[in-house]
Ligand binder design. Sequence first.
Ligand code: 1GP
Length: 231
Amino acid sequence: MTLKDLIKPWRHVFKLDPEKEIHDETLDRVCMSGTDAIMVGGSTGVTYENTVDLLSRVRRYELPCVQEVSDLEAVVPGFDLYMVPVVLNTSDTTWILDRHREGIERYGYMIPWDLVVAEGYIVLNPEATVAKLTKAECSLSEEAVAAYAQIADKLMYLPVVYLEYSGVFGDMETVKRVRRSIEDAQLFYGGGITTAEQAAQAASAADTVIVGNIVYDNLDHALATVKAVKG
Ligand code: 1GP
């Protein structure tokens, strides 16, 4: 089975931020919700310690647990997969190549390449921490977003295109347009999902729906997104 086969069936994923506290009971409900996987990651404040802690707690459950790598110091062995973002809509090469080169230079000998999945990130909410951090160019036309997605899919053969609206519910027309314009890559959508209705809309536009912050803000709403996406 290839990595692509592993992530292909994922329709719903909860993204948990290791910097944020989560009670055992909440984590239990999240992990037992029927979601397809837990993704561990965040833009800031991610450390080795808080990542190990969250991984070990999620490991009590049977579902896949993947790390989205944002900080070299915080890469923890033991995840099922490592998702590595490559930010496409930035001119700051730090987030396209430089961090990646540094990581491979330092840790290349121990990287489990068979567990690494690259994500072509297109960051679309200018107010999000990730947009500020990566200096992403977010004011893009639908055509430009679709063109970035095609770079990921057709030129770079990245297995995942991730439309990242973190913090705000995105433009579903753009998401649909991107989906029509790519062939092989799996389309992840994440950002601002706070209700089951939004989750259902995102599910009809993208292959995989990522639900983040609402877990911490309104657990019942977060749990309702699972059924909305998976039916
Ligand atoms: C963030 O795409 C995820 O990386 C989910 O976004 O936290 O806004 O749900 P939210």
